[in-house]
Design a protein around this ligand. Structure first.
Ligand code: GLA
Length: 732
């Protein structure tokens, strides 16, 4: 059993293969968090929870004669508000009489086989794996609010998922002003927080900072998870490395406004609370109503950052994304965006497809500009009908021509958006999210549709399904090209306006769900001006997401590496684009662009009709190489082969097959130097006693030699050179 309740000691033990999570119901019904770490051999860890009388930390009424027992000091599972815990609250409430207090005590619990879906939200899938769920219900008896804490234990994945359900048992309204998904209190240690910050064209840059006594906030209020701060945070031991040290991960499975607060308190203890951002949020719970928070994916390892990444990679590949992609090989694609931008017609698209097909590309994706009046990015969004002036014969004809080349056909949409200059806006101006009496804030000259309005969802479903029924379309690129502002739905009463941001996300999920139910073989790639909505919520529907609008191979090294801390390469859309690169103007060799793009879901995004015969031959070889290593890259264990001293000079990373029989090592030189030092790359994850042979040579080395001694390589000639090395276990 992964979940045990010990009635005599009143402790819950949640066990995965390599971690244990404990909590205890104390004598006044507080749910104490006592432990998350390596397995304890059945020890009640509350021996570590000592009573300490700290000045200005008050005592709940039942504990008034025991000044050492303060709710401001005790580690808990889910903090209330307004009753004396001055650290971060997990909940915010306003009761009918205006009271803002909530004192949460144990009410009941149950242990369930398996795991239910969260209504309206994506959640980690439990197939027939070893998954059990603990539901502990807390309550505030005064306002009659129930708070159910769900813990699903994925035993063999070393993951615990959490979410919270809020239930109004009273006959009066309760306003939820904050509704966290999970909280984690850690009493001891010296911690760094790692988060993944960035901007458009430079997403998910790892930022590691030592905690001090203050509150650190990682959040988005842009209506999407954002380029700027990803909903994934790591807490690691101050000394933790790739191979060593305690690490906790908290990843929110949500694509809207999120917030993580990390507080180191007066006693050095750390509290992390995460969930929907309470800014722009308030939820009116009428009598009997429920509210479900998004899910938090939590993991612990004592074995450093690589192991933490592997835990997330496994659960995302197998239980977040549709796991059919663990066995279906996804097509190598070519996208026309950087080849043509808005300037194309059917003939041009077919000519690109023809040349690409000859090189082995398997799918042609038609990007922005095929619909309505869309000759630039100022008009047309919302008018999802083909522009026959550009595409004579329509999408049916075009898809047939592409299919004749032996290729699949994919199409770009940006469903959640609307241009003022569109037929849709002329007919339904009330479908845009616009604050009454104000001009909307425009971005890329577009506004956002009210995805909380069922009529909007029906319109979009009808448009998209009409196109999918008409032409043979295997893939959709689902874009989202602005942050949301002016959040006001004309479809909801004033008192529900605080719900619009969250209802927007629920609407998007509902539309994706409906489309995938109707078209189970459709593959959707997520996108938001590159990687502005790269999160586990979108990955539930989209097995891959366009990682960044920055396709420069050298910048991609940092972007893809940052992304790799939480997300597997099988989710990272990555393309070879033109040189000089369109975002940076940098020139890089085709080989280097290929090696970087192969560490993702591989594709091309340039005008291949302009390539020389030599370049075309090289692309053909690249595709063969990618196909040869497809499963090693997609399913293998990914290692950052960091060399801190030389991180400005080169970057290396590898994939190791599950049976350790082979590894693919990639090295890209970022800075060329005259008379450069030899680079020493220490491989990881190999079988130390096995002998490996470097493919194409007769060089043989033990796994131990490659890992502890390292592999010496001398590449530094020319701009941005790179190499890919394949080591295979030798037969004898
Ligand atoms: C976004 C995407 C690009 C491209 C353009 C089209 O920026 O990230 O890949 O699809 O939109 O407008």
């Amino acid at each position: 059993m992964a979940i045990v309740f010990d009635e005599s000691r009143k402790i819950f033990r949640l066990m995965t293969d390599n971690s244990e999570y404990q909590m205890k119901i104390d004598d006044i019904g507080l749910l104490i968090h006592s432990y998350y770490g390596r397995p304890t051999c059945d020890t009640d860890m509350t021996y570590q929870v000592l009573n300490v009388d700290r000045g200005f930390s008050g005592n709940l009424y039942e504990n008034r004669s025991d000044r050492g027992r303060s709710i401001d000091v005790l580690p808990q599972e889910f903090s209330g508000c307004g009753v004396g815990d001055y650290r971060i609250s997990s909940i915010g409430v306003v009761a009918k009489n205006g009271s803002r207090s909530c004192d949460l005590r144990y009410r009941s619990h149950e242990i369930l086989d398996g795991k239910e879906r969260i209504p309206g939200l994506p959640s980690v899938r439990a197939y027939d794996d070893q998954v059990d769920t603990l539901v502990v219900e807390l309550e505030d008896k005064v306002i009659d609010l129930g708070v159910k804490l769900y813990y699903s234990v994925f035993q063999d994945k070393d993951v615990i998922t959490r979410h919270t359900e809020f239930i109004n048992y009273s006959d009066k309204k309760i306003h939820l002003e904050k509704a966290a998904s999970a909280m984690l209190d850690i009493q001891f240690g010296s911690w760094d927080e790692i988060h993944f910050a960035g901007r458009h064209c430079m997403e998910r840059q790892m930022s590691r900072n030592k905690l001090t006594q203050d509150i650190k906030v990682i959040s988005s209020k842009r209506g999407m998870s954002s380029h700027h701060e990803n909903p994934f945070v790591i807490l690691c031991d101050h000394g933790a490395t790739e191979e060593y040290g305690d690490c906790y991960g908290v990843m929110l499975m949500y694509s809207g406004n999120h917030k993580f607060e990390i507080e180191q308190d007066q006693a050095g203890a750390v509290r992390i609370v995460g969930g929907v951002n309470e800014e722009n949020f308030s939820w009116c719970l009428e009598a009997g109503e429920h509210f479900h928070s998004p899910e938090m994916i939590m993991a612990y390892t004592h074995a450093g950052l690589s192991e933490l990444s592997h835990i997330y990679h496994n659960i995302i590949r197998e239980n977040v994304c549709d796991r059919k992609y663990m066995t279906i090989e996804r097509p190598v694609l070519i996208n026309n965006w950087e080849a043509t931008y808005f300037d194309f017609n059917a003939e041009k698209i077919i000519s690109i497809a023809r040349d690409a097909a000859e090189m082995g590309v398997e799918m042609m994706v038609l990007d922005d500009g095929w619909f309505g009046k869309r000759d630039d990015d100022n008009s047309g969004l919302g008018d999802w009908f083909v522009n026959e002036t550009k595409l004579e014969g329509g999408l049916k004809h075009l898809s047939e021509e592409i299919n004749k080349l032996g290729m699949k056909f994919g199409l770009w949409f940006e469903p959640e958006m609307i241009n003022e200059d569109s037929k849709l806006f002329q007919t339904h101006p009330d479908w845009a999210l616009v604050d009454p009496d104000r001009h909307p804030t425009m971005a890329r000259n577009q506004m956002v549709l009210d995805m909380s309005n069922p009529k909007v969802l029906n319109y979009l479903f009808d448009c998209i399904s009409g196109i999918l029924d008409d032409a043979n379309i295997s893939y959709i690129k689902w874009d989202f090209n602005r942050s949301i502002s002016n959040v006001f739905s004309k479809n909801l009463p004033n008192k529900k306006q605080g719900e619009v941001s969250h209802r927007f996300v629920l609407g998007t999920y509902a539309l994706l769900e409906r489309l995938l139910e109707q078209y189970p073989n459709l593959m959707i790639e997520g996108c938001s001006g590159g990687g502005g909505r790269f999160d586990a919520g979108m990955l539930y529907y989209c097995p891959q997401i366009w990682t960044s609008d920055d396709t420069d191979a050298i910048e991609r090294l940092e972007i893809q590496e940052g992304t790799s801390f939480g997300y597997p390469v099988s989710t990272m859309g990555s393309h070879v684009s033109a040189s000089p690169n369109h975002q940076t103007g940098r020139s890089t060799p085709l080989n280097t662009r290929g090696i970087v793009a192969m560490s993702g879901t591989f594709g091309y995004e340039l005008d291949v009709t302009k390539m020389s015969a030599e370049e075309k031959a090289e692309v053909k070889e690249q595709i063969k190489t990618f196909k040869k290593y497809y499963w090693l890259i997609q399913k293998g264990d990914y290692y950052r082969l960091e060399d801190k001293e030389n991180s400005e000079i080169y970057k290396a990373w590898s994939f190791v097959s599950g049976d350790k029989a082979e590894t693919l090592v990639n090295i890209v030189v970022k800075k060329v130097q005259a008379n450069a030092k030899i680079k020493l790359i220490k491989l990881k994850g190999l079988d130390s006693e096995a002998i490996y042979e470097l493919e194409g040579t007769d060089k043989r080395m033990s796994g131990a030699a490659l890992m502890y001694g390292g592999f010496a390589i001398n590449i530094s000639n020319g701009d941005y050179p790179s190499e890919q090395l394949h080591f295979v276990k030798a037969q004898s």
